[in-house]
Write a protein that binds this ligand. Structure first.
Ligand code: ADP
Ligand code: NI
Length: 228
């Protein structure tokens, strides 16, 4: 039987193969960055079960609807790893609970492993990489970058978010207001919260420049409301 260290390496190779054809911001480099974020958080969260965190993060996007049809690649893979069913279920439960369409604006997790994978994934949606990923995702979905006279909805709840996400003609700048700028308030770990603040400032600076270039006062006002 292979040991856990070898299993992590084998899983790296498995997910690399799955993510290599993605151009929506969910390529293998996303997984590598989430891995790094997880390691940063783990240095402080010493009680977490590292193996569970690492397996969940490596597999967290293999069945994501954003990469194509929802399949059971993760489960099928874990089944043939000779892991206890209880471990498999813990890993799959983490993967299943961290998606934004599940947690919305009020994530509630009871275990530290889920909190770590959640923060590590969301951190890669923020900051400079987050900006790049958002526009890459929009492009992959044939969405406009920005439509100046289409302002974000004022009151957001999860239902409105999901409806918006499905509406194909939405522009990408809205995504910053409905989700990305709100993520720092949803972080679950101390390291996650600290890193998220810096990344939020990067997004605010970017959007400030974007709106200043065209003197878009409505958008500047909306951004100021989010900047506090
Ligand atoms: P989540 O569970 O939060 O969806 P993922 O890592 O699977 O986490 O995907 C989040 C990434 O998908 C974000 O970084 C963002 O770039 C991209 N994304 C998702 N929906 C949109 C959208 N409507 N517009 C732009 N980017 C989006
Ligand atoms: Ni992800």
């Amino acid at each position: 039987m292979i040991n856990r260290q070898e299993l992590i390496q084998q899983t790296f190779a498995f997910v690399k193969n799955i993510h290599q054809r993605d151009f929506s911001g969910h390529d293998f480099e996303h997984i590598k960055r989430v891995w790094r974020n997880c390691q940063l958080i783990l240095t402080e969260e010493k009680n977490a079960e590292r193996f569970i965190v690492e397996m969940a993060l490596l597999l967290h996007d293999v069945d994501d609807y954003k990469l194509g049809d929802n399949t059971e690649q993760g489960y099928t893979y874990l089944k043939q790893c000779n892991l206890d069913e209880s471990i498999i279920q813990r890993i799959l439960t983490i993967i299943d609970s961290i998606g934004f369409s599940k947690t919305g604006y009020n994530p509630q997790f009871s275990d530290i492993e889920t909190k770590i994978v959640y923060d590590a994934d969301k951190l890669d949606a923020m900051g400079a990489f987050g900006i790049a990923r958002a526009f890459a995702y929009g492009g992959a979905k044939s969405r406009p970058l920005f439509i100046a006279d289409r302002l974000p909805p004022q009151d957001l709840d999860l239902e409105a978010y999901v409806a918006n996400a499905k509406s194909g003609d939405n522009h990408t700048v809205i995504h910053f207001f409905e989700k990305l700028l709100r993520l720092p308030d949803l972080m679950q770990t101390r390291v996650g919260k600290a890193l998220a603040q810096t990344r939020k400032a990067t997004m605010i600076n970017f959007l400030r420049a974007l709106f200043a270039e065209q003197e878009l006062h409505d958008w500047q006002r909306l951004l100021n409301n989010m900047a506090n």
